[in-house]
Design a protein around this ligand. Structure first.
Ligand SMILES: [Zn+2]
Length: 120
């Protein structure tokens, strides 16, 4: 299940271990016009998905995320770049200074529909 929440600006997302939930930082993707957030959303969701498979070590998860991206999209792809840099490379100091007023979780409906058989 995917939630959007107001997290601190230095957090892209998190996965509560032992759950099937991912919480994506809503505020990170509302920062600047023209900010190419789609590549970052992909890289962040892949990163958190790897955590959800039981990988806890942050460095290992970052390496796996990057490896999966370069093997599937190529080293020069925007997704691979996002996996390497994270979304914070383009944020301003003001973006970092903001403090989330509250988590305000919102469930993303139909993120994983049970009537779709994409796992064989
Ligand atoms: Zn992580």
């Amino acid at each position: 299940m995917l939630y959007l929440g107001n997290l601190p600006m230095n957090v892209g997302a998190f996965h509560p271990m032992g759950t099937n939930e991912l919480v994506l930082n809503r505020r990170l993707f509302k920062t600047k016009k023209g900010f190419d957030y789609q590549k970052h959303i992909f890289a962040i969701l892949l990163h958190e998905y790897i955590h959800s498979l039981g990988f806890e070590d942050e460095q290992q998860v970052r390496k796996l995320t990057y490896k999966i991206c370069i093997e599937n999209f190529g080293r020069q792809s925007p997704v691979s770049e996002a996996a390497l840099t994270g979304p914070w490379v383009n944020l301003s100091e003001e973006d970092y200074d903001e403090i989330a007023p509250e988590l305000n979780l919102e469930l993303v409906k139909d993120f994983e529909r049970i009537d779709i058989n994409y796992i064989i």
